[in-house]
Design a protein around this ligand. Sequence first.
Ligand code: NAD
Ligand code: TYD
Length: 336
Amino acid sequence: MKLLVTGGAGFIGSAFVRLALTSPGQFSLANVDALTYAGNLENLASIANDPRYSFHKADIADPDAIEAVFATVQPDAVVHFAAESHVDRSIHSPEPVIRTNLNGTFTLLEAARRHKTPRFVHVSTDEVYGSIDEPHDADESYPLHASSPYSASKAGSDLLALSYFTTYKMNVSVTRASNNYGPFQFPEKLIPLMIANALEGKQLPVYGDGMQIRDWLYVDDHCRAIRAVLDKGRAGEVYNIGGSRALPNIEVVQRILAATGQPESLIKYVTDRPGHDRRYAITSEKVERETGWAPRMEFEAGLAETVSWYRANTDWISNVRSGAYREFYDKNYAGR
Ligand code: NAD
Ligand code: TYD
């Protein structure tokens, strides 16, 4: 089996690559990543010398570069993680989001079609369903109602991927996961940002009233689910992947303050995000029934592990918080 992973230097992609390469077996894993501000080869240091692993620096929206990768790797399966993945960034600067998430997915699908790649898993998000009122949970047939340029680009790329099944009979499945957390997550998303700020004694910016609800999924549970869909998922199908742990943001922040031993006075309520989705909620009954997957990590244990990891890796935090990220953050969030 020759596996091609896109975005394997990012948060979830690198967890998937590390997990895959801890299994014995004769397979190869090629990782194509443009190494944007969110891509970091440090995330892959533990497996970089595995003879089954290769790295290809390329932009998924560059058809020539992607053709060269497919010609070299000749993959049996693609697991497509690469994306501009942050809602706030997509609000400030939508152009790279549209380019990578829509054109990039299109470029990969076209390469897979030309090369008759036997399997394609497109990794997406529950944000495509938009905000969901209590007491409903979205299943895979729930209408798409994306709110941000990020979620709209993911919804568009989901539909494009599914159209390659309908039109070209390609073996494509789409996964839609809830909010992930765990080690190596870039400190721009809620949990790693709050942990990093708390560890440094900085303010924790809570948007609006902090009562927005997210369902939390430990990153390794997500990666096991993607593996299960890759192996057992059906062509043309969508699979929701949830963590079964819905919490208001403020409660997550309070737990992080407790875990880091910092006072609640660090909480700073700031202007709400435009178009902010109030509640995400999905049911994962389909992936559980069809593949046997279930989340294993309890939120309390996962958060404790995550806080310990960030505490032990303050150099990683300062490395990723320098350079291009710092510039963007200072320009758009200063004063928050
Ligand atoms: P991330 O931002 O941590 O990593 C994205 C990776 O993609 C980086 O390594 C980056 O260098 C690479 N990349 C970006 N643009 C590229 C391009 N044009 N060409 C090649 N590589 C490029 O993202 P993540 O949080 O690991 O998310 C991975 C996937 O999972 C995304 O598709 C995202 O939509 C989806 N997802 C994320 C979450 C979450 O909570 N983080 C939840 C559900 C689904
Ligand atoms: P985020 O991690 O950006 O994920 P998403 O928007 O994709 O769900 O945000 C999670 C929730 O936390 C969301 O409701 C926005 C909120 N949030 C804050 O209150 N403060 C912050 O600094 C960030 C980054 C997010």
